[in-house]
Design a protein around this ligand. Sequence first.
Ligand code: NAD
Ligand code: DAU
Length: 338
Amino acid sequence: MKILITGGAGFIGANFIHYWAKQYPQDQIINVDKLTYAGNLENLKELDGSDNYKFYKTDIADFAAINKVIKDEKPDAIVNFAAESHVDRSILGPDEFVKTNIEGTYNLLKSARENGNIRFHHVSTDEVYGSLEMDDPAFNEKTPYDPRSPYSASKAASDHLVMAYFHTFDLPVTISNCSNNYGPYQFPEKLIPLFIANLTDDKKVPLYGDGMNVRDWLYVEDHCRAIDLVLKKGRLGETYCVGGAAERNNREITYKILELMGKGEEMIEFIEDRKGHDRRYAIDFSKIKSELGWEPEVDFDEGMKATIEWYKKNEQWWRNVMTGDYQKYFEENYSKRD
Ligand code: NAD
Ligand code: DAU
């Protein structure tokens, strides 16, 4: 099989490429990434030079460019991870979110249709369903869309386009809407890696508002397994909600990181809340469990220990991100080859 992955130099995309290369060593992997600030080819350096792996520095918001890659490569399936993914950045500047998440997804759908109705899986988020109160039931596939940030609105729009291509043009699509991922290679602007990096340097950790917002935490490898199953066995035109069965508020996450890193509560700094901050996300994953036999396998405490260990062992990786050195990787290793 030839699989084309967009956004493969980012956090989940890179984990997915490692997962796929290990699981299906005979498959061809095509990675298409614009290399925005979030794209880091150091995440994939083990695959450099492998016959089964190819990288294109391409913007999915540029139809001619992405269509050429798809036309030339003729993949059997496309898995779309490429997106602007950070809520705080979408509040500071929504333009790129509309361009990449909406127009970019549209271009991929259009190209998948024009090049032989290619199987298309779209990676989406639980944020499209809005914000829950503490006693509300968890989101499921029938929960009405109610996005509240420019990020989640752009992801919701992309989900609608994906389903429109299924109903109108019979494009063979699936969507997965998952909760907060954590694990190796996550960019240190997101809660868990940011707090690990700050504490390593004895800097305080900034908790927004009262720190009582709740997220459901999913170990990234469990997410990769879920996408694999949906891609191979999911029903076309269906959405699958994917969760970690680990609802925690941000204070609990912070205390866990402090405990595992041997630091005290004095390292917490409560700061001004995020605008429009969603209070709670929670996922009911019974559909993917009953139809495809998937459930999360990594226990939250174990996943957190493994994550902190990874960031300790790979300190140079996140220090290169902090200094910007990671952006030299393409220049130094790829541009010379072409
Ligand atoms: P990320 O920000 O770490 O990576 C995004 C990748 O997409 C980067 O490599 C970036 O260079 C690339 N990209 C951005 N714009 C592009 C463009 N125009 N063309 C080509 N490539 C482009 O994101 P992530 O956390 O790995 O998330 C991946 C996907 O999963 C996103 O679609 C996100 O909405 C979704 N998601 C993430 C989470 C999470 O907790 N991280 C949870 C649910 C869903
Ligand atoms: O739910 C899935 C979503 O999870 C994905 O779709 C997004 O791409 C991903 O970024 C993530 O969004 P969140 O906004 O939930 O993740 P973030 O790590 O930014 O924040 C997690 C929680 O921690 C949230 O309640 C805000 C809070 N927070 C975050 C940061 C960065 C803080 O209190 N302090 C911080 O410095």
